[in-house]
Write a protein that binds this ligand. Structure first.
Ligand SMILES: Cc1ncc(COP(=O)(O)O)c(C=O)c1O
Length: 457
């Protein structure tokens, strides 16, 4: 090996060919050795050349040659409202996740609302939920009339902290709504045990967790119901779309009825007269949505494997950089969905460089990234919902005391996580290992030059 300074990628390549055998023989972890590589590059944010000039896999993916024909067939048939293609999609999704039944819905938000309403969750009830989620999870609870009660987040897994659930249970608690956020499974074994002990319902927000598993059982199949989203950014993108899965036939028949105005299970689109049996709504998936979904489903298995492989590799490459704390998976996780790849950023190890400045520096290197969610337990919608007529009628005044609610719903670990999280999107995990090396190299470069970047802040 010559004496010139190797870039990380060159170093890893070199090691993977010749030196790696020796390193392994010496019992030295290759990723630690790789971290010793000297990258002499000036950070792009300080005027140097960016590490990555090529883009990332484009999302959503669409294969003209095989995906368009079935969608065109639906369009040309003129049958666009719910019919056979939606039923086919439901069968496939139920099979894929290992549930008895699936009902396709317009989106994930309404899947959550429908599932909760049909499990009898409503005004006067409390639902335990993590604050580290997309707003739709909490909005869905409020739409049923129930009150969200926030359970703090475990910053290592980014999931609901199951050890803090029981302390939040009151006589009003009706359900737990765990969210497998970022596509990483919440600990459903522990959560189901708590639910059983306290006789609580469980609705899983698996809107980001397609094919994720604990002990080879898919997320969405542990609780009374599991809800999915197929919105455009999701790992199965339909534009908009959602689904409820469950093994409970009676519940699923009720969900069907609810999603079709309240007309009985099996009622079809376009029926003008039916023995309407409940005050339902209309949240049916269309045929062309289902046709797109069926096309997307053909890629999901292979893409999930690639995301898992690349996420594991990237994790191994960045975990020894001081100040970078990648996600931890619960012990029993056999597969994750990796809708996002998360880590925590500790600015103390980066010469005090703020997370925002770190994100900007990473972006400048050609590595798109985000700081993720902000605390949902502190936003104006909560105060405003308490002023609505329905909430005023459904709850005693002391439960609508906003300051008291805020006090009871503090989540300090989540506040800190929201200040420290960094995310990469799932499409970035669909490329080559060398793409992951680019990410790792960029982080290392920023780490090495953190004080210089900070001085220019
Ligand atoms: C965790 C989570 N819950 C619920 C939803 C709502 O799904 P949708 O956007 O399909 O309504 C989303 C997606 O946006 C989500 O990420």
């Amino acid at each position: 090996m010559s004496k010139r300074n190797y870039t990380r990628r060159e170093f890893v390549k070199q090691n993977s060919m010749a030196g790696l055998g020796a390193a392994v023989a010496m019992g030295v972890a290759p990723s630690i050795l790789a971290n010793c590589a000297t990258d002499t590059g000036i950070p792009a944010i300080l005027g140097g050349e960016k590490i990555r000039t090529k883009g990332w896999p484009v999302w959503p993916m669409w294969d003209k040659t095989i995906d368009e024909e079935p969608v065109l067939k639906v369009l040309r048939s003129g049958v666009w409202s719910r019919a056979g293609v939606v039923t086919e999609f439901e069968k496939k999704w139920a099979e894929t996740v290992g549930a008895r039944r699936c009902l396709a819905i317009v989106n994930g938000t309404n899947s959550l609302i429908a599932a909760m309403v049909q499990l009898g969750i409503g005004g006067g009830d409390e639902v335990l939920v993590p604050p580290y989620t997309f707003i739709a999870t909490v909005i869905a609870i409020l739409q049923t009339g129930a009150m969200p009660v926030f359970v703090d987040t475990d910053p290592e897994t980014f999931q609901i902290d199951h050890n803090k659930i029981e302390a939040k249970i009151t006589p009003r608690t009706k359900a737990i709504l765990p969210v497998h956020i970022l596509g990483l499974p919440a600990d459903m074994i522990k959560i189901m045990a708590i639910a059983k002990k306290h006789n609580l319902l469980v609705v899983e927000d698996a809107c980001q967790a397609w094919l994720a598993e604990i002990d080879h059982k898919k997320m969405g199949t542990f609780g009374n119901a599991g809800c999915f989203s197929f919105q455009n950014s999701k790992n199965i993108p339909i534009g908009e779309g959602g689904a409820i899965v469950s093994d409970d036939d009676e519940f699923m028949d009720r969900c069907y009825s609810y999603h079709n105005y309240g007309n009985p299970y099996g009622s079809y689109s376009g029926a003008v007269a039916s023995e309407t049996e409940m005050a339902g709504t209309k949240i049916r998936m269309t045929e062309y949505q289902a046709a797109i979904g069926l096309a997307q489903l053909t890629r999901l298995e292979a893409q999930t494997t690639i995301r898992n492989d690349n996420a594991g590799y990237l994790r191994s490459q960045i975990k020894s950089i001081p100040g970078i704390l990648p996600y931890k998976l619960n012990d029993k996780v056999t597969r994750a969905a990796f809708h996002l790849f998360p880590f925590r950023y500790k600015k103390e190890e980066f010469a005090g460089l703020s997370r925002d400045a770190f994100l900007k520096a990473l972006d400048a290197e050609g590595i798109p990234c985000s700081g993720g969610y902000t605390p949902l337990n502190k936003m104006a919608y909560l105060k405003n919902v308490m002023k609505t007529k329905n909430f005023q009628l459904m709850y005693p005044a002391e439960m609508l005391d906003y300051n008291k609610y805020m006090e009871q719903n503090q989540c300090p670990a989540n506040d800190q996580l929201c200040n420290e999280a960094v995310w990469f999107t799932q499409n970035m995990l669909l490329g080559e290992k060398s793409d992951m090396d680019d990410i790792a190299l960029a982080i290392e470069r920023i780490h090495k030059n953190a004080s210089k970047i900070k001085s220019k802040e």
